[in-house]
Design a protein around this ligand. Structure first.
Ligand code: ARG
Ligand code: MN
Ligand code: MN
Length: 318
C-alpha cells in the first residue's frame, strides 16, 4: 500500500464573502454531490461527514472604510472553523475542509496550528493570497489568508484563534502561482518564500516539485497542510472558479501532485477551495475535484475501475 489509511472528518464551509461572486458557498455540496463520500469509503478510508459549518452572514458589504470587505462575517466563521478543526485533530482525525472561498484557510490554519508549532503549508494556487489591506487591489479577503496566517495585515484577521503567527514564511511553498500582485511579490522576495510558479512546474516537472517541496517542509516542520485552490489548475479544464488565470497547471499534473502527497506520512490536514458550481460547466470542476481528493487519499485508476464495476453491479441488482 503506497497511501496512508487515515481517519478523515469532512467539514464544509459554505463561504463566499471572501470575494464577491456568489456560488462558492455551494462548493461543499457540489463536491459531495459529485460522490465524495462513497469514493473515499470505496478505497477503505474511515471517513465521517460532519456536515457544513453554519455561517451567520452579518452583511454582504464593506463594513468599514478600510480596503477590506466583510471582516466581521469572515472573522466569526473563521473562529468557528478553527474550533471545529482543532476538535477534529484532538480526536485524532484528519480534517478535510471543503470550501468555500480561500478565506476559509485562515480558520483551518488557526485550528491546525494550535496542535503543530511548525506547520508546513503547500499552497497550490494561481495566486499567492498574501495581500494586506494596504496591498490588495480588491479588498477581497480570499486574497489575504496566507498573509494573515503569517501575522500580517488587518489585526482582526491576524488574531483569529486568539494568537498570531500560525505559519512561518520559511514553512510555506507556493505551487502554480502566475498572478501575483506587486505587494505580494515584494513580500515573497523579502521573506524568501519558496515559490514554484506554473512555469517552474512546467520546466521542472510536477514530480520533482512535489518531491522537493515535501523534502523542504519535512526538514523544517512537524506536519504538512495542503491548501488546494482549484484555480491553480487551468480554467480550460476547471472552469468553475471566480478568479480564473490562464496558463495554469494541468489536471493531469495536479492529479500526479496529489497522488504523490498521498504517501506523505506527515500530511496532517487538507482543504479544497474556490469551487463555484454556478460558474461550472456540467459539474466538471466539482467532479474532477472529487478525483483529486480521491487520489490524495489513495484512489488509483485501478481502484476507481473496481469501484465503478461494483456500483454498476449493485445498481443492476435493484
Ligand atoms: N483565493 C483566490 N482565488 N484569491 C484571488 C486573489 C486575487 C487578487 N490577488 C486579490 O487580492 O484580490
Ligand atoms: Mn487562493
Ligand atoms: Mn487562487
Amino acid at each position: 500500500m503506497n497511501f496512508m489509511k487515515r481517519k478523515i472528518s469532512v467539514v464544509g464551509v459554505p463561504m463566499w464573502l471572501g470575494q464577491t461572486r456568489y456560488g462558492t458557498n455551494l462548493g461543499p455540496q457540489g463536491i459531495r454531490c459529485a460522490g465524495l463520500m462513497d469514493r473515499l469509503k470505496g478505497i477503505g478510508q474511515d471517513v465521517v461527514d460532519e456536515g457544513n459549518l453554519s455561517i451567520g452572514i452579518t452583511g454582504c458589504f464593506r463594513q468599514s472604510g478600510e480596503n477590506i470587505k466583510n471582516v466581521k462575517t469572515l472573522v466569526d466563521s473563521s473562529e468557528k472553523l478553527a474550533a471545529k478543526v482543532s476538535n477534529i485533530i484532538q480526536e485524532g482525525r484528519f480534517p478535510l475542509v471543503l470550501g468555500g472561498d480561500h478565506s476559509i484557510a485562515m480558520g483551518t490554519l488557526a485550528g491546525v496550528a494550535k496542535h503543530y508549532k511548525n506547520i508546513g503549508v503547500i499552497w497550490y494556487d494561481a495566486h499567492a493570497d498574501m495581500n494586506t489591506p494596504e496591498t490588495s487591489p480588491t479588498g477581497n479577503i480570499h486574497g489575504m489568508p496566507l498573509a494573515a496566517s503569517m501575522g500580517l495585515g488587518h489585526s482582526a484577521l491576524t488574531n483569529i484563534g486568539g494568537y498570531q503567527g500560525k505559519v512561518k514564511p520559511e514553512h510555506i511553498v507556493l505551487i502554480g502561482a502566475r498572478d501575483v500582485d506587486q505587494g505580494e511579490q515584494q513580500l515573497i522576495e523579502e521573506r524568501n518564500i519558496k515559490m514554484y510558479t506554473a512555469n517552474d512546474v512546467k520546466r521542472l516537472g510536477i514530480e520533482a516539485v512535489i518531491a522537493e517541496s515535501v523534502r523542504y517542509l519535512s526538514e523544517r516542520c512537524d506536519g504538512i497542510h495542503l491548501s488546494f485552490d482549484v484555480d491553480g489548475i487551468d480554467p480550460a479544464e476547471f472552469p468553475g472558479v471566480g478568479t480564473p488565470v490562464a496558463n495554469g497547471l494541468s489536471y493531469k499534473e495536479s492529479l500526479q501532485a496529489v497522488r504523490l502527497l498521498a504517501a506523505a506520512e506527515n500530511l496532517i490536514s487538507a482543504e479544497f477551495v474556490e469551487v463555484n458550481p454556478l460558474l461550472d460547466k456540467d459539474d466538471v470542476t466539482a467532479r474532477l475535484t472529487v478525483n483529486l481528493i480521491g487520489a490524495l487519499f489513495g484512489e488509483t485508476a485501478k481502484s476507481k475501475q473496481v469501484q465503478r464495476a461494483d456500483r454498476k453491479r449493485s445498481a443492476e441488482a435493484i
